[in-house]
Design a binder for this molecule. Structure first.
Ligand code: MN
Length: 294
């Protein structure tokens, strides 16, 4: 099943390239604060799945062009991210701080945005803002100290994720936590539709030019192990999101660009980039020149 969130918190299922509104049977209240309905929906999904499928089959089709797509899980307990998790990206960044020696970091949950929302570039003269093409794992059930061999059972589904980043030497969390710096979408594809996630191709284009291309086969820490490592320290909850890391090819995005990301069996999302007039601060006042190592 492909589950979308749209128009101020409504929930839909994608059938024949159209949206079927299932908000009511999903048990989600549009516009609620905090917007935790999708987290509850994921936690309760097994008991609601049949009713959702039935409601979706009966609902009127809604065209994607008539809605604004929103981030599928706007209020997760955690947005986990693995740094440098592909060797070719480690090479281009000239870093040895690879995921298997660094562990995970967190991005601000409020950086999450959806397919229908532009990436707002902060006004930081002398700084580059880069795209990172990543597979997102959406956790389906609570767990601590999850064994690698059990880890796939904890995955609810997958989404496309852009880990947008201000380049520099400052605190990574700060450089990656501006609002709209984590577009996720265009929907969640449930794990049963994806099957084996160990060799999914993923690609990213800017204005139609291919910038990143890889497969999850090349991940340094594999999907199972990412879940095991994260849950060795932290209880994972339904709706938690794991950004699995980017391959080589990260590069600058600018006003007017359109970033497209496509992941095999998961989906494709296109997000425009707009220059904002806010976001400056003393931390980013010094310019930083990004130099690719290879
Ligand atoms: Mn990243």
């Amino acid at each position: 099943m492909k589950i979308v969130r749209f128009n101020s918190g409504r929930i839909g299922v994608v059938i024949d390239d159209t949206i079927r509104d299932v908000t009511e049977v999903a048990g989600v209240v549009p516009g609620e604060f905090p917007p935790v309905g999708p987290v509850r929906l994921i936690a309760e999904f097994e008991s609601r799945k049949a009713a959702i499928a039935e409601a979706a089959a009966k609902a009127e089709p809604i065209a994607f062009s008539d809605v604004v797509l929103e981030t599928p899980v706007p209020w997760p307990n955690k947005l986990i991210a693995y740094p440098v998790n592909y060797h070719d990206h480690a090479t281009e960044m000239a870093t040895k701080k690879i995921a298997d020696v660094q562990g995970y970091f967190l991005k601000s949950n409020s950086s999450l945005s959806g397919a229908g929302q532009a990436i707002e570039l902060p006004n930081l003269p002398g700084r580059e803002v880069h795209h990172e093409c990543e597979l997102a794992i959406i956790i389906g059930k609570e767990g601590r100290c999850i064994a690698p061999e059990d880890a796939l059972d904890y995955i609810f589904g997958y989404s496309c994720l852009l880990d947008i980043t201000v380049r520099g030497r400052e605190e990574r969390v700060f450089r990656k936590s501006y609002d709209t710096f984590t577009p996720v979408g265009p929907w969640i594809t449930t794990a049963d539709e994806v099957g084996d996630p160990t060799d999914l191709t993923m690609k990213l284009w800017v204005n139609g030019n291919l910038r990143q291309s890889a497969t999850t086969k090349d991940l340094i820490i594999k999907i199972r192990d990412m879940i095991a490592i994260a849950s060795s320290a932290s209880t994972l909850y339904p709706g938690d999101i794991i950004a699995t890391g980017t391959p080589a090819g990260v590069d600058k995005i600018e006003h007017g660009d359109v970033v497209a990301i496509e992941i095999e069996k998961v989906g494709r999302m296109e997000v425009p980039v707009e220059a904002g007039d806010r976001g400056a601060n003393i931390v980013f006042a010094k310019p930083y020149i990004f130099e690719r190592a290879s």
